[in-house]
Ligand binder design. Sequence first.
Ligand code: PHE
Length: 344
Amino acid sequence: MEEELIGIKNTALSFILEAEDLQSLEDTKLQFLGRSGKLTLAIKEITKIPLEKRPAVGILANEVKKTIEEALLQQEKLLSKKKNENILKKIDVTNPGVKPTLGHLHLVTQALEEISTIFESIGFSKEKYPEIDWDYYAFSALNFPKDHPARDDWETFFIKGEEDKKMGKILLSPHTSTGQVREIEKGKLPIRMLNIAKCYRRQSDVSHTPMFHQFEGLVVDKNISITHLKGTLDYFVKSYFGDKRKSRIRPYHFQFTEPSFEVDVTCGVCLGKGCRLCKAGWLEMGGAGMVHPNVLKAGGLDPKIYTGFAFGWGVERVLMMKAGLEIDDLRLLYSNKLEFLSQF
Ligand code: PHE
């Protein structure tokens, strides 16, 4: 056994010294130290020799292993150095340089940043709320009666599990309005909150992704009126889409605002005159309205003293409208296809 070990050591050392590149050194390493390498197998045999001889053979085997490992390390250093020198020798400084490819932020991330900056510049502050929340904050506190059919419009993902008496089920937040009552409850006035976050709905087709983003504004104070809402919308539309664009509000219905509106923006091509692209001159952007008294009450405020407005739009939607992108499948945004993403 001792002789065998010494033999293995000698062959290994000569192989190591003869290795001319890192690959053959790696092969040698496997050949001796790998799972079915020569030394590994020999060490397994030690259990078969008589007990009294084992300690001495064991010590020898360890020494052999250490010697081989050290030799491997030395040779590896030597070969890597040689390799680097060879590379240096081959560099032709007159060759044009190779530009490293640079990444950039995803276009939705770019939009999130741009939108945040616009609202922060007029005094809104960004707040964060749970993405997984109670039914209460997504619906009940927003004046949706239990089992009201309007809840179905939000195509919500509910999470299986216990139901809380007051809070109801747990869900993936289907809109950023979930932050409204959470914000009012903090009891800090005036409120000028911007909630820009992921939302989830059970929809996946050419114009919907199950995860998307909304940005929501909520302003609550004494004497807040529709003119404040309209001014804020106009400011956003001009800052984001450009000076020539206008916004308008149309009556609509939401459970949590009264009155409620839908907001339109003039088409970027015809600026409101009407063209092939937009038909009537206006493009629909999203919802808005004056905070419903029941929502203020749910957050602990007296609606006779305080009023407020709220709006909530889709980030992906305004992004498409701004860029004039005609993507025939919105899911492309989240497909991680570099051919698509590197264009922005
Ligand atoms: N949460 C509404 C939606 O997802 C939009 C909205 C927000 C409407 C705020 C009014 C006020 O469609």
